[in-house]
Design a protein around this ligand. Sequence first.
Ligand code: G3H
Ligand code: ZN
Length: 306
Amino acid sequence: MPLVNTKQMFEDAYRNHYAVGAFNVDSIAMIQALLAAAEDVASPVIISVSKGSRAFMHPGNIKEAIECVSKDITVPFALHLDHGDSFALCKDCIDEGFTSVMMDCGDDVSFDERVRLTKEVADYAHDHGAAVEGELGELGGEQGGSGSGGYSDPDAVAEFVTRSGVDSLAISVGTCHGMRKHVRLEFGLLEEMMRLLPDFPFVLHGSSTINNEFLDDFNAYGGDIHGAVGVPEEQLRKIVRLGVCKVNIGTDFRVAYVSALRKSLALNPSRFEPRTFLAPAQKAIYELARHKMADVFDSKDHKIFH
Ligand code: G3H
Ligand code: ZN
């Protein structure tokens, strides 16, 4: 099982001008679909598990469960805690075999306190072979923050990286979490951060495009989500070309899965085998992940690090 630390991934991504996709999962079956997509395009990938998903998926055994389903996988993958909100949670995940954790201190923490909290996690992670993603700037939206998607200050970013010891940093250049992004991406800000911290891996959160095709099915078969706005894929491609090393996809992945599930439930009223409904959902996220890796993040054919 090629479970790796994200540090190695990002070095290769930066050097070879691609980004690694981090996809939010809720089950081992979703992980199987994600790993199958990565394997089929020979791409590295990050399995991203939030606090809530970890609680749902049985904390303590996630790495072992992945080991069981990844025996034939040859691409490198990382197991990452997304939006960890305390030292205790990050420590538990590292102890359980996660190779990367994100320390998200929230919006109401002073700069010095944010450095202190993040450094505590970074020190523990580095002593145990894991990598740490910090965050600075308001990520916002439905997963935390105000939803406005504030912007990171490049000078503060440079100071934060130096003082906290993080291996990568989630910055805000205009995206936010969830269904209504109303994005105005500030590419110049990103370029300024990269000038101050050359070779350093930056992470883009809130990167779903919100595919209308999936939302149409979602609503046609009983769902009720309207007015969604995402980040156009052309803008994601530009972010990747500029050198962002990790792009987070949560909403798109979830919507693809649930839309396909809604549709197959509605179209097969007399069936009752769970696989009848779950297989199309698996296929939908397989195809979405494959498309993002091959056509947007340019990580196809990068399973061997150079
Ligand atoms: O941490 C997860 C991501 O930032 C998800 O953002 O829901 O817009 O894809 P998204
Ligand atoms: Zn996020």
